[in-house]
Design a protein around this ligand. Structure first.
Ligand code: NAD
Length: 546
């Protein structure tokens, strides 16, 4: 494993380099050879001993946000120890480093800011984006997550404060899939914010002006993507938390030209498809025979629909038949062919059907096997809707994917109660197990973190030139294949989050294989792809510097 740093640093320069710093774990020999004697407390600790010191420090913090601040500080001091801690306690710390705490961290970004991380490209950099990228100190960047902060989680426009999201996502790339940290670069494109309260607050550190839109925005983004290709050839660019319109436009513009994807659209699609494939093992109805009804026709909903169509086609049915199996209800009612108000991404799902105003009407006439909530609107899967699902199918599939928990279309308890305990339920945010009529049901969590880290690692190992829907469909199949009979017996259609590293590795192998088979790889195929994946994975261990 390379660190990307040369061990030429000494003394306090070494202690101030978070990638090389080991803190109290520098050995006697290193302290002598590298001018460290006296600069550290005398006791030499192993990494395990350091962990015994810092774990209670994290757990002792009064709130998740305080834990977040502590962890950011640890990362700023000692990257290796940070990842040891996060990898060994991933289930516990994922909600701190990512949703929900990262949302709060973004909202309070100015207040908790200590040290800058990542790269900011702003509307004022039009014409000089290349110069900004040239300032990044590392050349070997392979994974970029970029946001413009317009639609941060369920929190809306947070402008430059959105930086917490690319940082958090890249942390998961490393923690879940071992993507080497020095190859990751978080970027925020600050084009202003329409969040006036935030813009006018004293703590806000972004451009204090309304969002740039239209041709000037498009030109800046084009300059950015082109400059990224020059500065970091072959890098994988992940678009994250862009507003709905820009997200679709950027993906269409670049997906066939550079190595990129949008996790809100494609990652969500893959994790949901994985859940549906696992659910099919419980219901006995294969995916290509299912009818699906989505509440919400945005980035998540349309993304899932498109990938489901791809998976159905791989199962042998033609595209038109596959699309006909996917139905959408948006805020105006059923998406159907007589509507004249549909954005282009919805039109491909506007089938001939009488208008239906309510979700209940749509459920009753379409009789879906699966009901998928991606509306961001809570309590929309009412008892009547759930009962209608249960009346039509022995094991109705109910996915309430809207985040955070307070936005879920229904709770786990409501899903089991409304279907007499027969629902196969999954959600976007975690729900505790539910006991209904003496039976314990374990809800699965359709967390994108099952998918994107493994996809990123696979792309990196093959140096894939594109990220394709075939890769996301394969990732979904791999994920569903890791759901055990025991998981299914409890009604759980996702593996335990504790297995996420194993899942990521398996997905990476499949994604890399596809890249090699499709001629998308830019390195020679290794004799053993699985071994190449394992070799690439970062391990947070200290290396001797003498
Ligand atoms: P989006 O803004 O692109 O789309 C939201 C869609 O919901 C729009 O089509 C809108 O018209 C529709 N809608 C809103 N209220 C509605 C209502 N009452 N009835 C019917 N339709 C309604 O947002 P998105 O990126 O697609 O995300 C939607 C939700 O999905 C969010 O809450 C997000 O948290 C969740 N999500 C979950 C996961 C996951 O669990 N893995 C991943 C991504 C997104």
């Amino acid at each position: 494993m390379q660190t990307g740093h040369h061990a030429s640093k000494r003394g306090s320069d070494l202690l101030n380099d978070p990638v090389l710093n080991k803190g109290t774990a520098f050995t006697e020999a290193e302290r002598d050879a590298l001018g460290l004697r006296g600069l550290l407390p005398p006791r030499i600790m192993t990494q395990d001993e350091q962990m015994l010191r810092i774990l209670p420090a994290v757990r002792g913090k009064p709130t998740p946000l305080d834990q977040y601040i502590y962890l950011v500080g640890l990362h700023d001091r000692n990257v290796t120890l940070f990842y040891r801690l996060v990898m060994d306690h991933l289930e516990e710390l994922m909600p701190v480093l990512y949703t929900p705490t990262v949302g709060q961290a973004c909202q309070e970004f100015g207040r908790i800011f200590r040290r800058s991380r990542g790269l900011y490209v702003t509307a004022d950099d039009a014409g000089r984006v290349r110069d900004v990228l040239a300032n990044w100190p590392h050349d070997d960047v392979r994974m970029i997550v970029v946001t413009d902060g317009e639609r941060i989680l369920g929190l809306g426009d947070l402008g430059a404060n959105g930086m917490g999201i690319p940082i958090g996502k890249l942390t998961l790339y490393t923690a879940c899939a071992g993507v080497p940290p020095h190859q990751c670069l978080p970027i925020t494109i600050d084009v202003g914010t329409d969040n006036t309260e935030l813009r006018e607050s004293h703590a806000y550190m972004g451009l204090r002006r309304p969002r740039l839109r239209g041709a000037a925005y498009d030109a800046l983004l084009t300059e950015f993507v082109e400059a990224v290709q020059e500065r970091f050839p072959g890098v994988c660019l992940q678009f994250e938390d862009f507003g709905n319109h820009n997200a679709f436009v950027l993906l269409e513009q670049w997906r066939d030209k550079v190595c990129c994807f949008n996790d809100d659209i494609q990652g969500t699609a893959s994790v949901t498809l994985g859940g549906l494939l696992a659910a099919a093992r419980l219901t006995g109805v294969p995916l290509h025979e299912m009818r699906l009804l989505f509440l919400g026709a945005g980035e998540a909903g349309i993304g899932i629909g498109d990938l489901v169509v791809q998976a159905m086609r791989e199962a042998g049915i033609d595209e038109a038949d596959a699309r006909q199996r996917c139905w959408f209800v948006d805020s105006k009612g059923l998406v159907e062919s007589s509507r004249t108000d549909l954005a282009s991404h919805k039109q491909r799902y506007a089938h001939a059907h009488a208008p239906a105003e309510s979700l209940l009407d749509a459920v009753q006439s379409i009789k879906p096997h699966a009901l998928i909530g991606v509306s961001g609107t809570p309590q929309t899967f009412t008892p009547a809707v759930l009962q209608a699902m249960a009346a039509q199918h022995e094991r109705p599939i109910i996915m309430a994917l809207s985040n955070p928990t307070s936005k879920a279309e229904c709770t786990a308890q409501q899903a089991y109660e409304g279907t007499d305990g027969r629902a196969i339920f999954a959600s976007g945010s975690p729900f505790a197990p539910v006991t209904h009529k003496g039976r314990v049901h374990v809800p699965g969590q359709g967390n994108n973190a099952y998918i994107f880290p493994g996809v990123g690692l696979g792309v990196l190992v093959a140096q894939a030139s594109r990220v394709t829907d075939e890769m996301f469909a394969a990732a979904a199949r791999t994920l569903s294949g890791m759901v055990t009979a025991d998981d299914l017996a409890m009604g759980r259609i996702y593996p335990s989050l504790s297995r996420i590293r194993e899942v990521s590795r398996a997905i990476a192998i499949e994604v890399a294989r596809i890249a090699f088979e499709r001629g998308l790889a830019q390195v020679e195929r290794p004799s053993d792809v699985a071994a190449a994946v394992a070799e690439t994975m970062y391990e947070p261990v200290y290396h001797s510097l003498v």
